[in-house]
Design a protein. Sequence first.
Length: 487
Amino acid sequence: MKKRVRRILPALAAAGLIVAGTPDAYASSHMDAPLIVLDDAANTTDVYAFVREQNGRKSLVTALGVYPFEEPGIGPNKFNFDDNVLYAIHVALGKDVAAGRPTISYEFRFTTRYKNRRTILQSYLGVVNDVNDAAQNLTQFYSVTKVDHRAGKRTGLGTGIVPPNNQGIATPFYNQADDGEQPAKEGVATADQLDRYTQQSIASLDDGYLAFAGQRDDGFYGDIQAVFDLLQLRNPGQDAQRGFNLHLMALAIPIDELGGDRQMAGVYATTSRERVTILFDGQLKPEVGGDWVQVARQGNPLFNEGLVAIEDKDLYSRTSPAFDNVLFRKYAEKPELAKLLNLIVLEPDIPVIETGRTDIAGIFIPDVIKVDLSTKSARLAGGGPGHPTNPDDPGFSRLGIFGGDVLVSEIQAGFGGGVIPGGWPNGRRFGDDVVDIAVTALISDLRTSPPVIRGPAGDNVNGNDVAFNKVFPYESTPQNGRRHVHH
């Protein structure tokens, strides 16, 4: 079996290091645990966190995606945020980072309104020229609340509006030449180039926060089908998320609101539902109430689905990172995936990668995305290094530190001289190839000095199907429902 698999996985050897196309069993399928796949609106896809500086003020940009594998352009109903879900982005500071406790939480709550309920045209009564005009029948509004757990204080930061989904002719300004028959617009390099709906939906909140909530392209990329088809990878691979959208909440947090940049932050997100649902005879809409019960959480990419065993996946969804050291460290220190790689793929085997993986535990335990706030702005992906109008930032690599993309910390030694990864696992940017980074880290040995790097390794999918924006909200324009394709 091993030799058979190796024939279909690219393998190179250079400078004494194994460079193997290993199976991406780490892939972010967005289907992390059995129970949450039954609840799309609360099902978290990915969390992002990175440092940006604009107009002399640094921000921690955070984002949470929900609604995996969202088909563009459906009807008469469409995909929306759920008014009955509490969406939250959590930031840990100081000692809370290592403890896995949120210091500050940012809660998004949504309200849905219709202009006309006496019609089958749920979403669009005509061409939407501006967000929330008369043609946008269904409109969602949201509030953002800051919860400071140190003081038990809740502060409303402001409200925003959700733009329409990209249906096609009904929403032309998402699409090239402002034509609903055309594909979605490419990502852009400056804010004034964003499509009309996105520009109109970026909310300036109190104290310098920026918020956005709405449909976007799914920026994760990986050959998920091949992974779960007996690990029979393809070359080139096929992006399983190609052509799908999701719903994104993005929040740019001024770093001075967090107490300054001489510190680390930890970021993760949760979704929760109220405990009680009551159905009455003759009443179509259920009543909900009671305390909030967490139904999903997301931190670093790939941990729950790629490392945690089936018996504990739903437990992960319901617990806090504060319990990760007790409940889930074993999965990071003795990753089953490393054993499978040795059994099926790697030749010769690398026994040292199977146990004692304190380096992997350092990434995932507690499962918060650790971000060094002291660095300069993270480099961002655009449309690739050669894109004529929106190239990647100079020095950007989808492989982060494994591709030479590094930043310099002012608060930690890193790998020497303050050198730390330019992307995940130091934060996570749109465009980071988390599959290849994770597998490369797993088959390498980061416990030694200097570390033993084997790779890069991956799944033969090396970029998103559409270009990213290099300005807030960063995620790509939503796919046009009239023109979308998956392969």
